[in-house]
Design a protein around this ligand. Structure first.
Ligand SMILES: [Fe+2]
Length: 172
């Protein structure tokens, strides 16, 4: 697991948050109701929208700065803004897929403040134990070894939890 603080900077994050607010009534949102059944379960709603190419470029630059991708590597990055509502969560699963030797996932946390009692903790299993990472402004969690993982349910008094989900493939 790679945990990076100050991943991309407040300006980028404020822009994504502003767009999330401005676009809330636009016809651009998908939801977790389309996820496979094992991970939708009885979760509350998660809204999802794709980020623009200019944002993908900024995210790619930040990934290079922090050494998540090497200078000579080309990647195909897919980035989405997620808006998590009360009672939303993801049960235990692995992202492992048939093409998984080339597919990676990371989560960037956007909320300027997060109370750990609101839930939304990232859990993963390592060395026989369960470990947790709490959301924090501009923190990136990169599950580089594909540990089984989950997120804990948002409390009913939690504000929307904003994150950016990154999936990428290294092109050979
Ligand atoms: Fe996952």
């Amino acid at each position: 697991m790679k945990i990076i603080s100050n991943f991309i900077g407040t300006e980028f994050i404020q822009q994504i948050l502003k767009e999330n607010a401005d676009l809330m009534y636009d016809n651009i949102w998908r939801s977790n109701l389309g996820w496979q059944e094992e991970i939708v379960s009885p979760s509350g709603v998660v809204l999802i929208r794709s980020l623009a190419p200019s944002h993908i470029d900024l995210l790619t630059e930040a990934m290079r700065r922090h050494g998540l991708i090497q200078a000579d590597q080309k990647i195909e990055l897919d980035a989405q803004a997620y808006v998590w509502h009360r009672l939303s969560y993801i049960p235990w699963h692995s992202d492992k897929d048939s093409d998984d030797e080339v597919r990676f996932a990371a989560t960037l946390y956007l909320n300027s403040e997060w109370n750990e009692d609101w839930g939304g903790l990232f859990l993963y299993k390592k060395d026989g134990g369960i470990r947790a990472e709490a959301p924090a402004h501009d923190k990136l969690v990169f599950n580089d070894q594909n540990f089984p993982h989950a997120t804990t349910i948002l409390s009913v008094d939690a504000p929307y939890r904003h994150s950016v989900q990154l999936f990428w493939k290294v092109k050979s």
